[in-house]
Design a protein. Sequence first.
Length: 232
Amino acid sequence: MTQPPRLAGRDLRRTFGTGQAEVHALVGVDIEVLGGQLTAVTGPSGSGKTTLLNLLGGLDRPTSGEVVLDGAEVLSAMTESEVLATRRSRIGYVFQTFGLIPVLSAAENVEVPLRLANVDPAERTERVATILERVGLAQHARQRPHELSGGQQQRVGVARALVAEPDILIADEPTGQLDSDTAATIMDLIVELTHERGLASVISTHDPLLIARADRTVHLIDGAVEVLGSAG
Ligand SMILES: Nc1ncnc2c1ncn2[C@@H]1O[C@H](COP(=O)(O)OP(=O)(O)OP(=O)(O)O)[C@@H](O)[C@H]1O
Ligand SMILES: [Mg+2]
């Protein structure tokens, strides 16, 4: 028996506004992501990438269609508190603008999801140290975001997303604020962690060099998936 996809979107539609102001951001998107697989979502500005990632991560709900985990759990049908619990335990987010809390050190930022999950202090310290080491920031644990480079800040963002050991990783243009060399190192880190930890990862990006590193690509045009590379 083949295993169901860790994360799937089924005929996802999302409409914003009503009447004259109605915007059809997604018009029927299907996507499947397996554990250990990195999918890149690409497409022009306004094509629906952020909308799709927000649905897949439980930050927003579809107008119709479903987000399904492990072929069974329908994220898009859960209550708010169930969505929150699922997000905390299973879904890690990386944001384009890093989203770090300025007054907290790198280590304290990474610790936030563990505090929310009521992990005890000794274990928190241990897990924060381990993930900071993994992303190459062991020497920078006590620095605040403004004392770190953009690439280092995004490493903190990746560490925070993964410290609670989710099995799904969502990253909306995680390298959008970074120069191309730094972007490549962050992308390498995300690729490595996806494979190492067996994550089902979805990132959105405009960068062709990053797209080349993904296992699969989903190209959106006007809220629909355009089939790439099909012969004929
Ligand atoms: N909250 C909202 N209210 C109204 N319209 C929205 C909302 N969010 C997105 N849209 C619209 O939905 C469409 C898709 O937007 P989305 O942000 O998903 O695009 P994107 O592919 O992420 O673009 P970019 O590359 O610029 O980030 C756009 O037309 C946008 O204006
Ligand atoms: Mg976007």
